[in-house]
Design a binder for this molecule. Structure first.
Ligand code: ZN
Length: 289
């Protein structure tokens, strides 16, 4: 098994050290801070959850409110920077761990925006803390406050089916929410990801030349382009390792117990998550989901 997996690891050009930033999860996961990444573009949050917001001359575009407590802190963080109102809240996708807590912004008159595919999820599985979108987009649109425009891009089904990737016009930063948690393997069981479409999307992000940094919905303030590459390589190698073992008829438990991807051993979360990640991929090959 190990020999078989070994031949899949072709020419490891990235050493574990080269990925950098491999370390334990911070002790204080919930210490929320504001970091300016480009003029008028901020990320707010902690290792546990984060969002971005954009400050223009006449108002603010906020993104994922996460939950009521997070949203209250994000509102206070915005107030420290500007006295202008939050005019828009844009949801990255439909998952409750990112979109609860918008009421504080609704109360000041913000318009809520999501991809059109999110609405059916909010309707089928309502959550009292989720403010329904006022407006939906298909991707390719943008939302503006005076002097700042946030581009909303849609790359299809990847994590859920309504993920908007966002980019402040003129800034080299993408907001990709759960598509990448920089330099971390995140949740091994990968809820609501389609592995094939996820890898495709990461390839499309890699091919997009106009960015250098990315913000995810969890983890560090930002990663560089290599964070997207790392996530894509991990996913591709994981799929390539599991598929032949699945084809041989080995069980999910058996594959999970022996999976070994040496390139990623020092990446945050590897030890804790690799077995569940392998099991998730097994079920993708079993069910097509
Ligand atoms: Zn999610």
């Amino acid at each position: 098994m190990r020999a078989l997996l070994g031949i899949l690891i072709i020419a490891i050009t990235w050493t574990e050290a080269a990925w950098g930033q491999a370390s334990a999860i911070p002790a204080d996961m919930r210490n929320r801070v504001t970091t300016e990444l480009a003029p008028g573009l901020y990320t707010f949050g902690s290792f546990a959850a984060r969002s971005i917001f954009v400050v223009g001359e006449d108002g603010v575009i906020a993104t994922d409110p996460v939950n009521p407590d997070f949203a209250k802190d994000m509102r206070a963080a915005i107030t420290k920077i500007t006295d202008k109102p939050v005019k828009y809240v844009v949801y990255s996708h439909q998952h409750w761990d990112h979109v609860r807590g918008g009421k504080i912004f609704k109360d000041e008159g913000a318009t809520f925006i999501s991809h059109e595919n999110c609405v059916k999820h909010f309707t089928a599985d309502p959550n009292p803390d989720v403010v329904m979108p006022d407006k939906t987009v298909k991707g390719g649109e943008s939302v503006s406050v005076k002097g700042k425009t946030l581009k909303l891009m849609y790359f299809g089904r990847n994590h859920g089916d309504c993920m908007l990737v966002m980019q402040l016009e003129g800034a080299d930063v993408l907001y990709v929410n759960d598509l990448v948690t920089p330099y971390s393997l995140g949740l091994g069981f990968m809820p609501d990801y389609n592995p094939k479409e996820w890898a495709r999307t990461l390839g499309e992000l890699e091919a997009k030349p106009d960015w250098q940094r990315m913000v995810g919905g969890h983890g560090l303030e930002f990663g560089k382009r290599d964070a997207v590459t790392q996530r894509k390589r991990f996913l591709e190698q994981l799929m390539a390792a599991v598929k032949p073992e699945f084809d041989k008829g080995r069980s999910a438990d058996d594959i999970a117990a022996t999976i070994d991807l040496p390139e990623f051993k020092n990446v945050r979360g590897y030890k804790e998550q690799i077995a569940r990640a392998a099991e998730r991929i097994y079920h993708y090959y079993e069910m097509g989901w």
